[in-house]
Design a protein around this ligand. Structure first.
Ligand code: F6P
Length: 357
């Protein structure tokens, strides 16, 4: 092997730069050249996409603590469903990706991304390009990954936000509803809600009944406990209700979720008579410096990805379960929702946290 490339796909997440640094340094340590693909697949498929840039050790010096990505931008574009120039619909440009890699002398690709990016990685690997995946998403919902880069940082930020919102809840005797990201899975809501001492946590996996939350808040009121905190994942929906969509899907992009926090606050105000406010953390969760746990995981996963290529083990996603590194076939990557009998849910119920059931 002489030259590999690394790229990111999907939404930004704290830890991308630390992972890029690890891949570049581990490749350099083996005497390989490492290129960075700018702007996800645009760098390979679109002349204006910024192309590829060399990533010698100096280019990745001092970036491990930075949020965002040094590769310009990241996005969800899929070469198997590429928007044709100026037109509607989608065309398959995966062969062009392979041709671009050949043109740049790229022998293998490390792809850092969530389930969407990792599915693309599987497709490219199937077509003959050696690819290794590194799991990244603040949502923490890649099955088998253990760690997904950005999740720990997002949970830390959301927890701090909840800690701060307790003040307003107490000072004004209000219900504070905190909406966090989490389209399909409620991992951020569950972890941050528990860590921040939320009284109710509403998840995409458990359709919620606000009558249950109202009962809990009434009990708390009876005990003169005014500081109500409700954490809700953007993908949570009421029993027999729909997802809250802020903006419908257009070709090549999923619908934008949003609005469930405002709905819950409005309804709880009506049902409890208590003043309620909604706060949407949204993209704040994806920005800023990665926490130490994300940085260390990024370094380990990036290094492991290069090691897998060196050992001829492409076609896998690197994993980190607890302290145990591993790999699973890219073909097996799927989304991991909170199972209804997950131990954290049992803990929440046992501590009297309302899950809207
Ligand atoms: O990374 C996944 C995610 O955080 C989802 O929870 C959320 O729905 C989505 O990103 C929003 O991304 P964007 O606003 O970039 O389309």
């Amino acid at each position: 092997m002489q030259r590999i490339a690394v790229m990111t796909g999907g939404g930004d997440a704290p830890g991308l730069n630390a992972a890029l640094r690890a891949v570049a340094l581990a490749a350099h340590g083996r005497g390989w050249e490492c290129l960075g693909v700018r702007a996800s697949f645009n760098g390979l498929l679109d002349n204006g996409g910024g192309g590829v840039v060399p990533l010698p050790p100096d280019a990745v010096q001092g970036i491990g603590h930075l949020g965002g990505t040094i590769l310009g931008t990241t996005n969800r574009a899929d070469p198997f469903r590429w928007p044709p120039p100026g037109g509607r619909g989608e065309i398959d440009r995966s062969d062009d990706v392979l041709a671009a890699c050949a043109r740049h002398g790229i022998e293998a690709l490390v792809m850092i991304g969530g389930d969407g990016t990792l599915r693309i990685a599987a497709g490219l690997h199937r077509k003959g390009l050696p690819v290794v995946g590194v799991p990244k998403t603040i949502d923490g919902d890649v099955a088998g990954a253990g760690v997904t880069l950005g999740f720990a940082s997002a949970v830390a930020f959301a927890t701090e936000a909840i800690d701060r919102l307790h003040c307003s809840a107490q000072s004004h005797r209000r219900v504070m509803v905190v909406e966090v990201m989490g389209r399909y899975a409620g991992w951020i809501a569950l972890h941050a809600g528990l860590a921040g001492g939320a009284h109710a946590i509403l998840l995409p996996e458990i359709p919620f009944d606000l009558a249950a939350v109202t009962r809990l808040l009434a009990e708390r009121d009876a005990r003169n406990r005014p500081d109500d905190i409700v954490v809700v994942a953007e993908g949570a929906r009421p029993v027999r209700g729909q997802l809250f969509v802020a903006d419908p899907a257009v070709p090549g992009r999923s619908e934008r979720l949003g609005g469930v926090g405002a709905h819950v606050a409005r309804q709880l105000e009506l049902l409890t008579g208590k003043e309620s406010r909604a706060v949407v953390l949204g993209h704040l969760l994806r920005g800023g410096s990665p926490v130490a746990a994300d940085r260390v995981a990024a370094l380990r996963l990036g290094d492991a990805a290069v090691q897998a290529l060196a050992e001829g083990r492409a076609g896998v996603m690197m994993t980190l379960n607890g302290d145990v590194p591993g790999a699973i076939p890219l073909e097996e990557v799927s989304t991991w929702r909170v199972p209804v009998d997950h131990p954290l849910l049992r803990t929440a119920r046992s501590l009297g946290v309302c899950l809207g059931e």
